[in-house]
Structures are given as C-alpha cells and as structure tokens.
Design a protein around this ligand. Structure first.
Ligand code: ZN
Length: 312
C-alpha cells in the first residue's frame, strides 16, 4: 500500500485568557467557533476550536488557553507561522478590516507567486493571509461580520523554523510531498495534488532563535489521513524510519498519533473521522461545553472551575 498525506488537519497552540482568544479568532478573523471542550490531560483548562463553517479538516486551529502562562517567543524547532487561505480579490478587504480593528498588518510580500499579508494575533502568534485561487474557491460562511465571499477558507500552510531543514524535508518527501522551490531562504513543500486546504509547509532555516514556549507558541501541527487504516499504515512506516511514535489516542473528533520530527517539531497524524459533529449536531457546533465520556460525571465541578467564556 502506498499512500500520500493530504495536507494539514489542524494546528494547536497556547493562548492567553479564553475570552480574548475567542474575540480574536471568532470576531476578528471571522472563523466559526466549532468546539468548546477541555484539555483531555488537564480538564480544568479549555480546549477551543475554530474552523471554517463546515469544520473541515485543514481549517481547525485549536487552543489551550492558559490564564497565567508566560509570554512565548518563536523558537527554533517549532512551527512559527499559521498561513490562512482567503479568496482571490479579498486582500484589500482584509487589510482594511485588520487596520480598523487595530490589528495593524505588516507589509504584504510575494512568495512563490502568492501574496502574503503578515500580522500577529492578540497574543503575538504570527499569522499570514494568502490569496489562493484553489483553496479559496471553497464555499464557507463568515462570522463576526466578515462577508461570506471574503471569509477565511482554512489553512494555506505553515512555516517551520529549523536549525537545519534537510531531515525534515526527508519526512515530507516520505509523506509524498513535493518541493516547489526556494525563495528568500524558505523551501516550500506541497502535498500532492497541489490543491485543497493546508497543502503547504515552508521550511525556514532559522538556527538559534533563542525563543521559549508560552502564550502564542504553536504546540504541534497535525497532518490528515482519511481513516484508521491509513493511520495504521503511517504509524508503521514512521516506526520503520526509526522514529518513536505514540500509540493511537482517541481525541473524540479524530484519532491521533504523534512523533517528534528530527527538526524538533511535534508532528501529529489525525484521522478525518469521526469529525466535529461526533458529539453535537453540526448546526450547534461550539454552543455548549462538550466533555469526553470519562469526565462527564465531573461536569459540575469542571464547569465551576473553568473561566468564564461568553460565546455568541
Ligand atoms: Zn493535535
């Protein structure tokens, strides 16, 4: 069996207080709030998910909001930029909207034929909006006052800051990804076929960044596979490559395996199934706190100890 990995599934980061995180991702970026749950390993901390209207794989950014965590700073051996796809012709709308909401984007720049608009979220995490004809053609809805035609479609890709790019590139090649070229020191890899959400990973040689983990840091990036059989194939393949990889973990909305790639970035491989409507109807995604089965009997205590989070 030969398979390719079809792009990113989700990206998980650490944020500051949950309300500010919600206000930025739902109300400023106009993403749909698709899941309010808890950190399965730390049940008095939220795990918040934002994605496109359809809660598609390749659109979900997830946060552990830690109230009192130190400020993070981008570090070598981490994913350091989240790139989002917007439709062609939407860049002026976004530049104006971000300015009006005091997000203050930097100067847009060209990379591999795409225009990237850089800015940071309320905690300092680096984000870029990229006009993209392919991923941008998907239908979605905008939230927080963003018109549907300009709404973020999902991920374009991510940037990994690495001491050396070689060994990480080998993993992406093993995934079936192709090198698209090098520009300003970034090597871009694309999943095949070169379309759809979350299809790019940029490898940036940035040794000695001297950052540290905290609020605004990306904890891991997840790649997608359709189902458990494909995941089992990749678990075995990665083991054969000599990496330690975790057993399968049930994350309720997907099943996950994790390994640390040689550049230091934590990689996850997540299944598309069962999806974010596994425990609440699609129309009501994100409206109420969802708990994994083994925590359900502690609901009262968990609800009391979680910080307040007002969702629309
Ligand atoms: Zn994950």
């Amino acid at each position: 069996m030969s398979q390719k990995i079809q792009g990113l599934h989700h990206i998980t980061a650490v944020s500051g207080p949950p309300q500010e995180n919600y206000d930025f991702y739902r109300n400023t970026l106009g993403l749909r709030f698709i899941k309010k749950t808890i950190n399965f390993d730390d049940p008095f901390t939220y795990h918040l998910y934002y994605g496109n209207h359809n809660a598609s794989p390749g659109s979900a950014i997830t946060f552990f909001p830690w109230q009192h965590v130190v400020q993070g700073k981008p570090n070598t051996g981490e994913a350091t930029v989240v790139q989002y796809t917007i439709p062609k012709g939407s860049m002026d709308f976004w530049e104006e909207r971000l300015r009006e909401l005091n997000v203050n984007p930097g100067n847009s720049y060209n990379r591999f034929g795409f225009t990237h608009l850089p800015f940071t979220d309320n905690d300092g995490m680096k984000i870029e909006l990229v006009e993209d004809e392919k991923g941008g053609s998907l239908e979605t809805k905008g939230y927080g006052g963003v018109p549907d035609k300009h709404a973020i479609r999902g991920f374009f890709g991510t940037t990994l800051s690495l001491a050396d790019t070689g060994a990480t590139a080998e993993i992406l090649k093993e995934f079936g990804w192709k090198e698209k070229g090098t520009e300003d020191g970034d090597i871009r890899y694309s999943s095949e076929p070169d379309n759809g959400l979350g299809r790019y990973v940029d490898l940036r040689k940035e040794p000695g960044l001297d950052g540290h983990f905290g609020k605004s840091s990306i904890h891991h990036i997840a790649f997608r596979v359709p189902d458990d059989d494909a995941q089992a194939y990749w678990r075995e393949t990665i083991q054969k490559m000599g990496f330690e990889i975790t057993p399968v973990k049930d994350r309720d909305y997907f099943r996950s395996i994790y390994f640390r790639e040689p550049g230091g970035v934590l990689f996850e491989i997540a299944t598309d199934i069962p999806g974010f409507d596994a425990d609440e109807p699609f129309e009501k995604l994100g409206e109420s706190l969802q708990l994994p089965a083994w925590y359900k009997k502690y609901r009262d205590e968990i609800e009391q100890r979680l910080p307040e989070l007002k969702v629309l």
